[in-house]
Design a binder for this molecule. Structure first.
Ligand code: 4AD
Ligand code: MG
Length: 465
């Protein structure tokens, strides 16, 4: 019976059972009494499983004494109550097959000590073997599952929107190019004819910045939908909050307005946090102990609190009245900076804040124009310690207004005819938001850098794993 470390340590397997366990060595300690204690991890849980190997095992000298941190093995043995401290169950090994030794233990990058996050980013292929990355990987999985679970429970369909696209969903010109129509530089075949196939069949295309426009089409048929996938931004921001490739969760709801959307965002975040607390207790305890003492408390508080809602205009008034010296002076018409967002959430409201109705000029073309035209029905959800984690809006559902706004933004109408069709044929009020999945994970884990919550971070100058 092959079992995971988690199955043994959680007591799923009764003491006295003979099992096979497989994994990677974290540490080996040899006692004078003729035993070696091997701590084994297989990723199934935070804790390691202790294997007790006697010197009487046939490969003790040749195999077991060569096991170092990072080596892999398969062990057959009996689950027994542990006499040692720190664990209740362990494995009395009957045989240990060494699967892979570590070539040169002294230069193995993941030593059993604390490494800096900066260093670990340079060995992104090995960092899943550390405590922190194991915990991040499990929490990321649990949060992603919770996202799907929430939407499934509330009647949403998951729609897979395209990665390669011709449209700039944010109208901000921050797209990575997939293919050009630069005819002079296209590859040619043996006959000298232009070979378009590596250039998306002769179309100018980009990596998507957001699945929103595509998911709106499904919203206006299926009512409640969401997309959850990778998105890309060609912004040259070398910060702890920006990635060139990140994952976004984007629900889109028909027959909904900004108030409905703010309520959805709050319920959604609370559900995901509650699930992670419920399913990842051990990992969250690690984050609270090693990374952010408040990691668990603040999630629990948030699950039980009410988010504060305010208009952008009020946020600016609060910032101006605060008497605080900001690097950028808060002023109506200028976007909130991270320092402003953090003041609102951490000092003024001491809670997540939903800021609504932003100035039209600083927001995207698709957001619904409010009466008077000075503001749009946009909202950002700001979280303490992070700033913006959700951005969304009620959408402009009126054909004439949307057409006008698109031409004001200089968007090529031919690329967006399909998007205007949604307003031509059976338009309805609808609204949606985008949650940066890695920003959510930064908030949950307390890890301060967005590069440390995604398996392979893509940033300016990052290693091309
Ligand atoms: O505010 P943004 O740009 O909104 C949109 O893309 C909308 N189309 C979403 C929608 O309404 N469906 O991005 C949404 C969220 C931000 O709040 C932030 O959490 C995250 O995506 N985000 C990034 N995360 C990591 N790295 C970046 N470069 C990010 N840019 C945005
Ligand atoms: Mg935004």
């Amino acid at each position: 019976q092959t079992v995971s470390v988690r199955q043994v340590l959680s007591g799923d397997v009764a003491a006295g059972t003979k099992v096979t366990v497989q994994g990677w060595v974290r540490t080996r300690r040899d006692s004078k009494a003729g035993f070696s204690f091997i701590h084994l991890n297989d990723g199934s849980c935070f804790a390691n499983l202790q294997l007790v190997a006697s010197k009487d095992l046939p490969n003790y000298e040749e195999g077991i004494l060569k096991l170092t941190s990072g080596a892999s093995l398969s062990c057959i043995g009996e689950v027994v109550e542990s006499k040692g401290r720190g664990q209740s169950l362990e494995i009395q090994a009957e045989s240990i097959e060494v699967l892979g030794l570590v070539e040169d233990p002294d230069t193995y990058p993941i030593q059993p000590k604390q490494h800096s996050f900066e260093f670990l980013r340079t060995v992104a292929h090995l960092r899943p073997r550390t405590n922190t990355f194991g915990a991040v990987t499990r929490v990321r999985h649990a949060a992603a599952r919770a996202v799907h679970e929430f939407f499934d429970q509330h009647g949403y369909y998951w729609v897979n929107t395209p990665i390669i696209t011709a449209s700039d969903a944010e109208g901000a010109g921050e797209m990575f190019r997939v293919s050009t129509l630069d005819l002079a530089n296209l590859p040619r075949n043996d006959k000298g004819e232009i070979d378009f196939h590596q250039d998306f069949f002769g179309r100018e295309t980009f990596l998507t910045v957001s699945g929103q426009l595509n998911v709106e089409a499904f919203c206006l048929a299926m009512s409640k939908v969401y997309t959850f996938g990778p998105t890309f931004r060609a912004e040259n921001s070398n910060t702890t909050r920006h990635l060139a490739e990140f994952w976004m969760v984007e629900p889109e709801v028909a027959f909904a307005d900004l108030e409905d959307l703010a309520a959805l965002a709050e319920n959604f975040l609370k559900f995901v946090f509650a699930r992670v607390l419920e399913r990842c207790g051990e990992d969250m305890a690690f984050f609270a102990e090693r990374i952010e003492p408040e990691a668990i408390n603040r999630l629990e508080a948030l699950v039980n609190s009410d988010f504060v809602q305010m208009d952008y205009a009020e946020a600016v008034r609060i910032l101006q009245a605060s008497g605080k010296k900001f690097e950028y002076a808060p002023e109506w018409g200028v976007d909130l900076q991270t320092e402003h967002e953090r003041f609102l959430t951490e000092q003024h409201c001491k809670a997540p804040v939903v800021v609504k109705n932003y100035p039209t000029e600083i927001k995207a073309f698709y957001m619904r124009l409010n009466d008077g035209g000075e503001t749009v029905a946009a909202m950002d959800v700001l979280a303490p310690g992070i700033g913006e984690i959700i951005g969304g809006s009620q959408r402009e559902e009126r054909l004439d207004v949307l057409s006008r706004r698109m031409s004001e933004h200089g968007l090529d109408p031919s690329t967006y005819q399909w998007f205007l069709d949604l307003r031509r044929y059976g338009t309805v009020p609808h609204a949606g938001f985008g949650l940066g999945f890695e920003r959510l994970l930064n908030y949950i884990t307390g890890l301060g850098n967005i590069r440390d919550v995604i398996p392979y971070p893509r940033t300016p100058g990052s290693a091309p794993f």
